[in-house]
Design a protein around this ligand. Structure first.
Ligand SMILES: [Zn+2]
Length: 448
């Protein structure tokens, strides 16, 4: 019994990945020069087709079930697939996920089975393969569950299958870049009206972290229109959308003509906006160029070159503050790691804006100097010319970028009464963007 289980576990290791995962971590690899496409590729830009290509899923017919049996002592269902691989499913999990109308509210695709009614030590009475290759389980109380093989295959517990499934759901693979990046570029109107173009836009936004859209009407309201393409925008104290202009008595350093050093927006919130849109309505004649850097890439370089600085910035929580009046009056305080990692040690968010970093520094005296030295090391790294991409927006350009990953800034500009620089901005969150991405993927590729 045990050797059979062991064999099955190792077999399960060859479960075919649901989609191809392209590793991008730590590499400066960029897609090859694209073939001519419908979208014009201005100098220094790449089309979306290539930027998104690596993220396209591989679709293939799943194998059928050759054989189903129970391993009663381990309380596992073992399925042998027609391709020779096999998968294991715990009895408890199967009972918990019974798809029958009693256990699942079909209209919401949600579990209606209560945990109070789940026997977490359940056995199985019998397992059968139906004529149309469904797996039916009869439970000791004679309740019966029927499972679709494709549904089961997607939920295989092998580490490889789980990893492939998580990548399909969350698209966590990133392609790191430096100053040689050609920013993926698409047509604003196409993204609004064509599902394929919209999907390519969001895939590239996730993977590369920045996508340039050209040809937006030169009037306010376009960032809101683009937000509606996804779902809805993120309201903050700066309003539904906000106007980046040189304003008297500015309530934010962005609303001046001064230089903005590389920063993420809104680390004064504990949940900063995930995605930012900026639409150029008027550009300064002199200055006002935009700068972006790949904060994840820079964090990985720091981790490699100066592990102590990385440890400091990813372990100390820093106070941020933002006070004023805009949409309404506000007095915001947060504590954030400058480099946020998830439980697996992956960098998942950068929180850094030197303007809103609080003078309150909540750490023991002996940590203060190491903190400053570490922050200096990270900022010096990200300001190296070989890491920074510089571009100047023109009226009708709309840049979309990952505010959890990129740091952005701008050069100072000459404020000029005849040609007032004016950008309109809006925020969204990644949950809503990823939701739209999954729906578009289903619409374009016909996936489940
Ligand atoms: Zn049921």
């Amino acid at each position: 019994m045990l050797s059979r289980l062991a064999r099955c576990v190792s077999n399960a290791g060859v479960c075919r990945a649901a989609r191809q995962v392209v590793k991008g971590h730590g590499k400066h690899r960029l897609p090859a020069v694209p073939p001519p496409a419908a979208i014009a590729s201005p100098r220094g830009h790449q089309t979306l087709a290539t930027a998104a290509a690596a993220s396209l899923p591989t679709v293939g017919a799943p194998p059928g079930v050759r054989h189903a049996r129970t391993l009663d002592r381990e309380r596992l269902l073992q399925l042998e697939w027609e391709d020779g691989t096999c998968s294991l499913y715990p009895f408890t999990w199967l009972r918990d996920n019974c798809q029958c109308p009693h256990c699942t509210l079909q209209s919401a695709q949600a579990r209606s089975l209560l945990l109070a009614d789940l026997d977490v030590h359940t056995g199985v009475d019998r397992v059968q393969l139906t004529e149309n290759n469904k797996v039916t389980i009869t439970w000791p109380d004679q309740h019966s569950s029927e499972f679709d093989p494709e549904w089961l295959k997607k939920r295989c517990f092998s580490p490889e299958a789980r990893q492939a499934r998580q990548e399909e759901l969350f698209l966590n693979e990133r392609e790191y870049w430096d100053s040689s990046l050609r920013i993926p570029t698409a047509s604003f109107e196409e993204v609004l009206h064509d599902d394929k173009a919209a999907l390519a836009w969001l895939l590239a936004l996730r993977r590369i972290g920045i996508v340039y859209l050209k040809g937006a009407p030169v009037e306010q309201g376009q960032v809101a229109r683009l937000s509606e393409r996804i779902g809805y925008l993120r309201l903050t104290f700066y309003g539904h959308t906000w106007q980046v202009e040189d304003k008297p008595m500015a309530n934010n350093v962005a609303y001046t003509s001064g230089k903005l050093s590389l920063h993420t927006d809104y680390p004064a919130l504990h949940y900063p906006p995930g995605v930012q849109f900026l639409h150029c309505l008027a550009q300064a004649r002199e200055g006002g160029e935009s700068e972006v850097v790949d904060g994840f890439h820079m964090a990985e370089v720091l981790r490699r070159n100066d592990p102590e600085a990385f440890r400091t910035l990813s372990s100390l929580r820093i106070d941020f503050t933002d006070t004023g009046t805009d949409y309404c009056d506000f007095c915001v305080q947060s504590k954030n790691h400058i480099i946020n990692m998830d439980n697996e040690g992956r960098v998942v968010r950068i929180n850094y804006n030197n303007a809103t970093r609080d003078s309150v520094l909540d750490m023991p005296l002996d940590k203060v100097q190491p903190f400053y030295s570490s922050l200096k090391a990270y900022v010096e790294l990200m300001t190296q010319p070989e890491n920074v991409v510089t571009y100047k927006m023109e009226p009708g350009d709309l840049v979309t970028f990952d505010n959890w990953r990129l740091l952005h800034g701008r050069k100072s500009y000459m404020s000029d009464a005849t040609c007032r620089r004016h950008l309109e901005g809006a925020y969204l969150d990644w949950d809503e963007v990823m939701s739209r991405l999954r729906i578009l993927r289903r619409a374009v590729h016909g996936e489940n």
